[in-house]
Design a protein around this ligand. Sequence first.
Ligand code: NI
Length: 177
Amino acid sequence: MIEFARLRQTPKNSITGRMDGVATGEPWFPGRLHHEIPPWVITGAFFHIRLRIARSAVVRLTEVSVAVPLLRAAADYHQRQSWYCHLLLLMPDHLHALLAFPRHEAMSEVVRRFKRAAARCQGIEWQDGYFDHRIRTPAELEKTADYIRRNPVVKRLCVQPEEWRWVWAAGQVVLPW
Ligand code: NI
């Protein structure tokens, strides 16, 4: 298992940041959130998670009445440290997220809880299960984040990634919705 914390020993990928409560240099996360990053984010790993709605689903994730509570819930999970949300982006029929979890075993449990609450409160019909891919390096994290942010552009829903409203990322203090 490759842990992010070990990668900082290789100069090319030099990760700096806080480990074991000790500041080790410039953070590779947004600086303003530096002090809020729980230790398990650095020592654990991020996962690229994708959730899809059922083919027969009527409700779209990008409807305002759905998108706002979904993004609030994602930010709330982050606040309560159920997960660390590097990025979460809603598309009409699926969502992408880059998440770290306090314990690896917690992942499916937390994702299931998130899906269940959204099904109950916003009437979302999810497909069973979810896609997950373990992110190995900070470079892969950035590449995947870039890919996720370009999703709405590729699908011609907007011209620039910055125009897309339905996204939340750690460090985003002002909620734009
Ligand atoms: Ni996509």
